[in-house]
Design a protein around this ligand. Structure first.
Ligand SMILES: NC(=O)c1ccc[n+]([C@@H]2O[C@H](COP(=O)([O-])OP(=O)(O)OC[C@H]3O[C@@H](n4cnc5c(N)ncnc54)[C@H](OP(=O)(O)O)[C@@H]3O)[C@@H](O)[C@H]2O)c1
Length: 301
């Protein structure tokens, strides 16, 4: 039996929850953290999992929960920075308060959790951080500029820390998930409608172009997160989901002009169902994104 321990943030649903299950299934101890303890029942069947309450925007709580998890397990080997949510809407219609809130969770939360564990990793001779960025840090999408920028920040931080912390035997890996069927779509923080919203048709077209896309099951990301945490070697980045790999490849082979035109058209024109079906098939997902959001709205998600 493996006696290693992973600390994971944002485990109440989606990728975080599947990652808890995956590590536990591989015999790991898991310090699963979440904001709402009533959701801990989803992991109550797993004997090696202990749940801690944590909101990553609460700096004092991050320190005390990190200390409590270290005390409970003796040592933490891997920290997965997964907690996050998506801000969406045109920048012009997004308040500075919303932007700051996005950064407090997606960026400062990751920094704070890393700061809480670096001394422990240093003193225990090493450790691994796995930071969850996003495909939208490889390719930025319109309407999700604030979210994308927060995930680019995570990617930049991870790359720098992988070098800065190397003298202490600490590794930092970055995971860039493609679209996964989680609650992220129903928990999005929307920008205001604005003044009869000049942007309304563009937002509608763009979201329409995404709605029928098939998404990966969160277990796809969980498997890659485990690989990122445990594999030796020189692979620093993981990109779970065929959609992520396909889009990054397309971006690489298309000219700037073609890529730009394609993205701008996603704002200007209603989605073409034939193209949507083709892309969905090529990307190989299993669950329509819209179905996930709808299920959540009906209280099933
Ligand atoms: N799903 C995708 O397509 C996708 C693609 C690329 C990247 N990602 C990234 O993957 C990560 C997991 O997202 P998901 O798709 O699994 O979405 P999800 O089902 O909504 O899960 C997000 C988790 O983060 C938690 N969380 C949010 N703010 C928090 C805070 N301040 N403190 C602590 N926990 C907080 C949520 O807790 P509550 O239940 O309390 O809200 C939830 O447990 C996120 O970083 C997301 O940006 C997702």
């Amino acid at each position: 039996m493996n006696s290693k321990t992973v600390f994971i943030t944002g485990t109440s649903s989606g990728i975080g929850l599947e990652t808890v299950r995956y590590f536990a299934g591989q015999g790991w101890n898991v310090a699963a953290t979440m904001r709402q303890m009533e959701l801990a029942r989803s992991v109550s069947d797993l004997p090696t999992v202990r749940v801690f309450q944590l909101d990553v925007t609460d700096e004092a709580q991050v320190d005390s929960v990190a200390a409590a998890a270290i005390a409970a397990f003796g040592r933490i080997d891997v920290v997965v920075n997964n907690a996050g949510y998506a801000q969406y809407g045109p920048l012009e219609l997004t308040s500075m308060e919303q932007i700051e809130r996005q950064y407090r969770t997606n960026v400062f939360g990751v920094m704070k959790v890393m700061k809480a564990f670096i001394p422990h990793f240093r003193l225990s001779g090493g450790g691994t951080f796995v930071n969850i960025s996003s495909l939208s840090a490889k390719i930025a999408f319109p309407i999700f500029g604030v979210y994308s920028s927060s995930k680019w920040a995570v990617a930049g931080l991870s790359e720098a820390m992988n070098i800065e912390l190397a003298p202490f035997g600490i590794r930092v890996r970055t995971v860039y998930p493609g679209t996964h069927a989680s609650q992220i779509f129903s928990k999005m923080d929307a920008a205001s409608e604005g003044d009869a919203s000049i942007y309304a048709p563009y937002v509608r077209h763009f979201l329409g172009s995404q709605a029928d896309m098939a998404a990966n099951h969160p277990s796809v990301a969980a498997k890659d997160i485990f690989a990122a945490a445990t594999r030796d070697g020189w692979r620093f980045e993981y990109m779970p989901g065929r959609d992520a790999r396909l889009l990054v490849w397309l971006r690489r082979i298309l000219s700037n002009r073609m890529w730009y035109q394609m993205q701008v058209n996603s704002l200007l024109q209603p989605p073409n169902p034939r193209v949507q079906r083709l892309m969905s098939w090529l990307m190989g997902g299993t669950t329509p994104v819209q179905a996930v959001a709808d299920a959540r709205l009906q209280g099933e998600g």
